[in-house]
Design a binder for this molecule. Structure first.
Ligand SMILES: Cc1cc2nc3c(=O)[nH]c(=O)nc-3n(C[C@H](O)[C@H](O)[C@H](O)COP(=O)(O)O)c2cc1C
Length: 171
């Protein structure tokens, strides 16, 4: 897919076919996260690729919006250190947003759908993934081939009007 098509085709996919995502594609998607920019290139992140069905089913219970993870072919857990400093935590969330979007566009380029999930139950998520107690599983991204409809550029995405959101020179 062309980059512009991948950007326009990406959407949250929450129902997946039972087809596995090839290992090489999973690694490429993870590489997109690994290549993402971060503040001062700090890279305060770790990415855990999960393909085990039992783990995926368990992960689907860590947040009310995580149910789609149970049926995903794979998921990537985005892990960050715990911080005392609010600013450092905020910067890490910005960094993770960049990594998440890189994952999603790289996946869309391969025809692979992605779906975010937040994480509510940290202890449970850490235990499922063996993440140390001084880290948080900040987000999950489900991966798999869309069961609803293929990824195609969306002509009318569900967004506030472009001219209301994008301004020129001043507010
Ligand atoms: C920070 C963040 C957290 C999100 N958490 C969830 C979630 O827990 N469960 C879920 O199904 N979708 C989640 N989403 C997906 C959004 O609902 C979705 O991106 C938004 O509705 C726009 O739809 P689209 O991605 O299909 O364009 C999250 C998205 C972001 C950016």
């Amino acid at each position: 897919m062309e980059t512009w098509d991948a950007i326009r085709a990406r959407r949250n996919v929450r129902t997946y076919t039972s087809d596995p995502v090839p290992e090489a594609d999973l690694l490429r998607i993870a590489e997109a996260a690994w290549r993402a920019p971060s503040a001062s290139n700090r890279q305060h992140w770790d990415f855990v690729i999960v393909t085990d069905r039992d783990q995926l089913e368990q992960l689907s219970t860590v947040w009310r919006g995580a149910r789609h993870i149970a049926g995903a072919a794979a998921a990537i857990a985005l892990v960050i250190p715990q911080y005392d400093d609010d600013h450092a935590r905020l910067v890490s969330y910005y960094d993770l947003g960049q990594a998440t979007y890189a994952i999603m566009v790289a996946a869309a380029d391969l025809g692979v759908g992605t779906g975010h999930s937040s994480v509510g139950e940290q202890d449970k998520a850490r235990s499922i993934l063996g993440v140390p107690d001084d880290h948080d599983v900040a987000f999950l991204v489900g991966l798999g081939y869309p069961a609803d409809r293929p990824l195609r550029p969306q002509l009318k995405p569900n967004r506030r009007p472009f001219d209301e959101v994008v301004r020129r020179g001043h507010w």
